[in-house]
Design a protein. Structure first.
Length: 580
């Protein structure tokens, strides 16, 4: 046995001898029964061919250790029952992690633990089915476990490590997806990790496939990832707090209890040539304030039954390059001042919305460019109660309900309840917690042909500025509006699936917000429905007109005005009417 567990030379010598050399010599007993009311303490790895645990019988690790059981190499919950096969009882030193909130200390078990180098005292090598583990890399490891909370591979500290062709299959619930407790692969600290061709399947509540946090940098190529929902604990109570949340907040209008991936802290993660699929909730997530960096290149991102393709939270910077999204609800959700770019022909196919932005006052930039296309069953871009910047340059929006861009009040029932009891304001003269973000929505469109409407229906948050730039054409309306729930009632927990679905009544409304429209040289706007704006600017070589067979009437503060290049301000109405 090693005299100095932290001696890397000694670790490598054990690794060279093979997985079983990592652990103390196994006891020779072949079968064991643990009767009701009795207890058996395991001090070293023990191998059996039969184990019977009666109800009320207990098997415990020695002091300061955690205990894992495998049956024929598969992690198995240590519970009353009869087990046959190659049974390994493996005591290991715990991996000490802290919960994000509160004072909970977790004692985590993992198949492979790396902190600078593989740590044999904190690795359950009995779960390794084939493969090789060395100082700087592990190849062809197959890890399977049905033990709730068991983590596949954990890499942290200042590690520099490569994982080649890992296969990880985890069933049973995870514990805390805000820190990766129960995930397939966890990378954190300042680790730099390359993961080639991973295949990860999980099924269980908060059983994340890949979790990255801290200042880690992870490059993933050729991943095949799939996550499936589990069954919530019988005593679970809904929460949105980190470490307690075990299902997606219903206020997003979606369901599910496991995110396929998650990035936190100031980590950088890149997926190349990968396929990430989630049954529900979401496929690619970022969380916390960040800034996180999430990049997907030449990859397919899917959710099957409910959920989003990606989430850009806090100060996230998401980039999707030549990707394909197939989702039932949202291509992307943006929370706070997160930013995202869809580029190089990225294709988003969504049953409902393309992008939905919520939370915070504003900030962040959404770019859709270079041939990227959104085909959505409902509205292409929804902005709820906040500001942002939107740039569509060479991109295409094809909304099924004819609404290209919708601003509206935040109809998230969780957020609405929180606003009924907001936290107390900061003391007078206190410094702001961060930059004050504008509530204005600024959207520019260039090098694109658009067909559909733009509605600004927020009140008390900020105005909207729309620019039709070079070689942009729009066939539709741009208007202030009052948005009301399409169902006729505000969404509730019972009717969460109606979140975001509204109908618009164009007009100046009771509390009109500024809506400025600018049509630049080389741009055109064919006004197909009555449009009501606060300011209109038409450049000398821009064009505004009505559909064929109609004429456009311009009214400013109720008076008809000839339409010509220039600037108009007040209650500006553009009305396609009658025959020419």
């Amino acid at each position: 046995m090693m005299k100095h567990p932290n001696d890397v030379t000694a670790v490598l010598a054990l690794l060279a001898a093979g997985p079983l050399a990592l652990l103390p010599q196994a006891a020779s007993a072949q079968s064991r029964s643990v009767a009701a009311g009795s207890s058996w303490t395991i001090a070293r790895e023990t191998v059996l061919d039969r184990l019977d645990i009666a109800p009320g019988g207990q098997i415990r690790p020695a002091a300061g250790r955690e205990l894992s059981m495998t049956v024929d190499g598969v992690g198995t919950p240590l519970a009353p029952g009869s087990y046959k096969g190659r049974i390994v009882l493996a005591p290991t030193a715990p991996i000490a992690w802290k919960a994000m909130l509160g004072n909970r200390d977790y004692r985590v078990r993992a198949a492979l633990y790396v902190d600078g180098a593989p740590d044999p005292l904190r690795s359950v090598a009995a779960t390794w089915r084939g493969g090789q583990v060395a100082a700087g890399q592990a190849s062809n490891l197959h890890i399977a476990s049905a033990d709730p909370g068991f983590t596949g591979i954990a890499i942290e500290g200042a590690s520099r490590y490569v994982l080649n062709d890992p296969v990880i299959e985890l069933t049973g619930n995870g514990v805390d997806d805000s820190i990766g407790y129960g995930a397939g692969i966890v990378v954190q600290g300042s680790a730099q990790v390359t993961i080639n061709r991973p295949r990860i399947f999980t099924q269980g509540v908060v059983r994340t496939a890949i979790f990255v946090a801290g200042n880690a940098q992870v490059d993933i190529d050729g991943a095949q990832i799939e996550t499936r929902n589990g069954t919530l604990p019988a005593d679970y109570k809904f929460s949105i707090l980190p470490g307690e949340m075990m299902e997606v907040p219903y206020g997003l209008g979606i369901s599910g209890n496991v995110r396929a991936t998650n990035v936190q802290g100031t980590a950088h993660v890149t997926y190349r040539n990968s396929h990430i699929r989630a049954q529900a909730w979401g496929a690619l997530a970022t969380d916390g304030e960040g800034p996180t960096w999430l990049t997907a290149i030449n990859s397919t991102i899917e959710t099957l039954e409910s959920g989003y393709g990606a989430y850009a939270n806090g100060h996230a910077q998401d980039l999707f390059d030549n990707c394909v999204f197939r989702v039932p609800d949202y291509g992307l959700v943006v929370g706070g001042p997160g930013s995202a770019t869809f580029t190089n022909g990225t294709m988003v196919s969504s049953g409902r919305f393309g992008v939905m932005m919520h939370q915070g006052a504003g900030g962040g930039t959404l770019r859709i460019e270079k041939g990227s296309t959104f085909v959505t069953g409902q509205t292409a871009i929804v902005v709820k109660g906040r500001g942002t910047t939107i740039v569509v340059d060479g991109g295409r929006l094809v909304p099924g309900n004819g609404v290209l861009l919708q601003t509206m009040e935040n109809d998230d029932p969780i957020m609405r309840e929180m606003m009924r009891n907001p936290p107390p304001p900061p003391p007078a003269g206190a410094a702001p917690a961060g930059p004050v973000e504008s509530g204005e929505v600024v959207a520019s469109f260039s090098n694109t042909r658009l067909e559909g409407d733009i509605f600004h229906a927020m009140t008390g948050k900020g105005g909207m500025r729309i620019t039709l730039g070079a070689t942009a054409s729009l066939r539709g309306g741009i208007s202030l509006a009052v948005a009301r729930p399409a169902s006729g009632a505000e969404p509730t927990r019972a009717t969460f699936a109606s979140v975001g679905e509204v109908v618009n009544a164009p007009g100046f409304g009771a509390k009109p917000e500024p809506l400025q429209v600018r049509v630049e040289d080389g741009a055109s706007w064919e006004v197909t429905r009555p449009s009501f704006v606060s300011e209109l600017t038409l450049a000398p070589h821009g064009r505004i007109g009505a559909p064929v067979g109609q004429r456009l009437e311009l009214r400013v503060n109720g008076q008809a005005v000839p339409l010509a290049p220039g600037h108009y301000q007040g209650q500006v109405e553009l009305l396609p009417v009658g025959d020419r």
